[in-house]
Write a protein that binds this ligand. Sequence first.
Ligand code: ASP
Length: 329
Amino acid sequence: MARKRLLLLTTGGTIASVVSDTGLVPRTKGEALLAQLGTLPYDVAVKDILQLDSSNIQPEEWQLIAQEIDAQRGHYDGIVLSHGTDTMAYTASMLSFMLQQIDLPVVLTGSQVPINVVLSDAAENLRLAFAGAANCPPGVYLAFNRRIFLGCRSVKVRTTNFNAFESVNADPVAEVTSDGLVRHELPRPVGKPYQMRTKIETHISLIKLFPGFDPDLLFAMVQNGCRGIVIEGYGLGGMTSVRRNMIAATGKLIRMGIPVVACSQCLYERSDLTKYEVGRLALLEGAISAHDMTSESAVTKLMWALGQGLDVAQISKLFATNLVGEVTC
Ligand code: ASP
């Protein structure tokens, strides 16, 4: 069987970092990352596209990365993207929406410790990502610590442990066992044929509700250009309705054409606005349920939906639609 042709795109992150007077900075090039892996059963090409701590990966970088993947995809069987861990779940989610129905596996990975440190997790994570890029079905994934997740379900949950990522409300796509990479079959949502769509609206907010939050602040944001809001409500997604009336504010915002998406500040399990009055009233006002999506996916899906020129009603419909495995409706 012909060897798989894979491409490593590098963007920086701890995996590529070295010690400097000002702290860890990403300086190691892709060829040097590859050199640490020993012999691989694939033909691997390398391209360095960015050299950033992922705290500096923003919408402009998402677009650049998506465009690079789109430009390269005809030449390879799979693509690995090395990336800092801090915002990797956001990038994985956004790429999932920008590159819906892509025809090859794209696997993001990084590490908690730089590759040039003896006991680093970097080489193992990179090898895993290459195995995923060679063997997983087409789609966007995140590979870390012997498990591969759907990109749009990944969340960074630990700051230092090697077990830094989890797949929230969805099983891992694959894991390493003594039998090698064991894949779990997942239904792939059927959508429109692949077409890169990188237009996004970045003026949105993610609000974590806390007792005492003043809903007037939402209008201040809108006056300053905010075009959509994701609210991490309590438990199943409930919002305050007494004194600081978030539900009335939600209705007012929606009537102004600002989509308000309600999700939960609990990491696991679904939000459900139908159960309690403090959720139901928000639904009646037009709040859009994020169901069991991660906040990373809710934020990036909202940016993407607004970028496609959709209005509140269309965005509401889109959030009830599973595009890339991000939601169980
Ligand atoms: N600050 C680093 C980054 O996100 C952390 C890491 O890669 O683990 O670029």
